[in-house]
Write a protein that binds this ligand. Structure first.
Ligand code: LIP
Length: 274
């Protein structure tokens, strides 16, 4: 690499090409049936042959396009993702199949999520539903888009009327804590949605299909691309007390709802528990 900081649109172009190819591989493999199912952190945290194959293919394509970059991928990428990022300081953050449980059951709601980070800041991201082809993109400072339409998040100002998406981790003790938080939150909001794909949840919030989203326990590959898309649509994306979005908590909400939602989640210890 020549050390020049690459432009967000240049990285997004690569990201979109890779995500489209990866999504097609995932869709095609699902049509042939699910294979190679094993478990990761718990008995309900599954990984399939497709998760691994899609990641291998996407990493190979990224390497061919930009040989000096690092790649952090959900299935193989830990060590590699912390490795050298070449002169341009680029790291790709990939979830080959976000929503693996939906993939397992054949629910048409799983995605490829790919973000490009430069010097530690996510500058471009794409989330693509592998079944429907719905695709959300963003470049930092350049807005978020779906099918050529600029995304505008919800303008709801009353938390009591907010439709809020969330998700649950795979560890039973964590789920119990998360369910307890939800039981206390739900009287204060319109209703809850649980789609099973964190990256798409963030994109649905970005386009105003839900008003807000929160979840504890996300990994970077779950929220890197969707978080940028949400931010670029006008949402505030953060953790508790300005900690930044991360494994403790990710909250994405319109400015008027962020404070009230944040304060409920803080009071309910949403970032706590196992
Ligand atoms: C999953 C999500 C889901 C979330 C889970 C998990 P996976 O990702 O996107 O919505 O609630 O905690 O992170 O395991 O399907 O890639």
């Amino acid at each position: 690499m020549d050390g020049t900081r690459p432009a967000g649109d240049e990285l997004l172009k690569i990201a979109v090409e890779v995500a489209r190819q990866a999504a097609e591989t995932a869709r095609r493999m699902r049509a042939d049936g699910v294979s190679g199912v094993t478990t990761k952190s718990t008995a309900t945290d599954v990984v399939t042959a497709a998760d691994r194959a899609v990641e291998r293919e996407a990493v190979a394509t990224l390497r061919a396009a930009r040989p000096g970059d690092a790649v952090l991928g959900e299935e193989y990428g830990g060590a590699d993702g912390t490795g050298p990022t070449g002169g341009a300081g680029v790291r790709w953050i990939l979830d080959p199949i976000d929503g693996t449980v939906n993939y397992l059951y054949g629910l048409p709601h799983y995605a490829v999520s790919l973000a490009a980070e430069v010097d530690g800041e996510v500058v471009a991201g794409v989330v693509r539903n592998a079944v429907t082809g719905d695709e959300w993109t963003a470049i930092r400072g350049g807005g978020a888009y779906r099918a050529g339409q600029r995304l505008r998040s919800s303008t709801e100002t009353d938390l009591g009327k907010a439709l809020v998406a969330t998700g649950f981790g795979y560890d039973p003790a964590r789920r119990a804590h998360q369910a307890g938080v939800l039981a206390e939150l739900i009287p204060h909001i319109r209703d809850i949605r649980r789609f099973g794909v964190a990256s798409i949840d963030l994109c649905l919030a970005a386009e105003g299909s839900v008003d807000a989203y929160y979840e504890k326990g996300l990994n970077l590959w779950d929220h890197a691309a969707g978080g940028l898309i949400a931010t670029e649509s006008g949402l505030l994306v953060d953790g508790l007390a300005g900690a930044g979005p991360g494994p403790d908590l990710v909250i994405a909400a319109p400015p008027a709802l962020f404070g009230p939602l944040h304060d409920h989640l803080d009071r309910l210890d949403a970032a706590g528990g196992p």
